[in-house]
Design a protein around this ligand. Structure first.
Ligand SMILES: *Cc1c(COP(=O)(O)O)cnc(C)c1O
Length: 351
């Protein structure tokens, strides 16, 4: 009944979205603040008559808005149904085994090996440094079919300085694509967008899910040379001509235009992140330096799984990865100030 290729599928396991009881959800890096009020107004204003027609398959107005916001050309922007979809198109378009394996950090976004298996791309996990930073000098770009890494990295939260991103780009042959997944860059990373004219093999991927509070709408985008963007359109049009619906295109435009609102909520999240990180360190935890909207933390003598389980019993969801090297840690999404106070109170009582 099933095709042969189904045998190779190992799906990604997303963080829990429990429907049974109300948890304080600090496990999937969603934003605790609502989207811009302008998104709300826009969604209410779109006339349902417009939904009779297919959406714009080239997503022109949204791409123009994104291009203006980041100082690039519309032809350097691709938009997809969540950055996960944009990533999957990029894997299909740019990576194959002819030139060697795809390189990514040993501890990183766990969707990357899933796409590799899906498309039959060999990969190699490059060990992190002892301090959990990405080890740029261990990436042998010349013997690879490409490189991908998030910046800031997940689940560590540690950002790579732009100078090291440039070093990585300089080490890779100009015909191998380097993808920088900037899902968390708004919370403190340095973006590589300014480099796309200098490096036609650089693709920068962004999402509306984290800093723009729109995880439910599924919207992500890529910026890179028009050659890379054209290739992503070819993949899209071989798969689904209309992955981004009319409402989503409109909501995305409204969000991208309200920079002031989003700068405000990002500032709050960053302040609460630094506050709880400092407080956890004060009570004896180790917290990796985060430039994201989550922290990666451990308590000496307590297994990560136990932290996860005990917090869950108390109605707080965090993420635990049962993987050698990071199994002692939990990843905690930064919520509102009040939510962080609840978390800290439970942690003080429990561990
Ligand atoms: C959340 C996340 C994504 C996926 O974002 P969507 O746009 O919601 O699909 C991609 N990469 C990393 C590193 C992420 O953490």
């Amino acid at each position: 009944m099933l095709s042969q290729r189904m045998k190779n599928l190992t799906p990604y396991v997303p963080g829990e979205q429990p429907q049974d009881r109300k948890y304080l959800k600090l496990n999937t890096n969603e934003n605790p603040y609502p989207p811009s009020p302008k998104v709300d107004a826009k969604l209410k204003a779109v006339e349902s008559e417009r939904l009779r027609l297919y959406p714009d398959p080239e997503m022109n107005e949204l791409r123009t808005a994104i291009a203006q916001r980041y100082g690039v050309e519309k032809g350097q922007v691709f938009v997809g149904n969540g950055s996960d979809e944009v990533l999957s198109f990029a894997f299909y378009a740019f990576f194959d085994e002819n030139n060697g394996k795809l390189l990514f950090p040993a501890h990183t976004y766990s969707f990357y090996p899933v796409y590799c298996d899906f498309y039959g791309i060999g990969y190699e996990k490059v060990p992190l440094n002892d301090d959990f930073t990405v080890a740029v000098d261990r990436f042998d770009g010349k013997n690879s079919c490409g490189i991908i890494f998030p910046n800031p990295n997940a689940p560590t939260g540690i950002a790579l300085p732009l100078s090291e991103v440039i070093a990585l780009l300089d080490s890779a042959p100009s015909d191998r694509v380097v993808v920088v997944d900037e899902a968390y860059v708004d919370f403190g990373g340095e973006s590589a967008v300014s480099l796309i004219d200098r490096y036609p093999n650089l693709l920068v991927i962004r999402t509306f899910s984290k800093s723009m509070s729109l995880a439910g709408i599924r919207l992500g985008f890529a910026m890179g040379s028009s050659k890379l963007i054209d290739a992503l359109f070819m993949v899209k049009d071989s798969f689904n001509s209309y992955p981004v619906d009319t409402l989503t295109q409109e909501a995305g435009r409204a969000a991208i235009a309200d920079r002031e609102y989003y700068d405000g909520i990002t500032e709050k999240i960053v302040a609460d992140r630094d506050r709880i990180a400092a407080e956890l360190v004060r009570i004896g935890w180790r917290v990796l330096p985060s430039s994201a909207n989550f922290i990666f933390a451990r308590k000496q003598g307590v297994a990560g799984e136990e932290i996860y389980r005990k917090l869950r019993e108390r109605g707080i969801l965090v993420r635990h990865f049962a993987k050698p090297g990071i199994a002692d840690f939990v990843r905690i999404t930064v919520g509102t100030g009040e939510q962080m106070d609840t978390l800290l109170a439970e942690i003080r009582k429990t561990f």
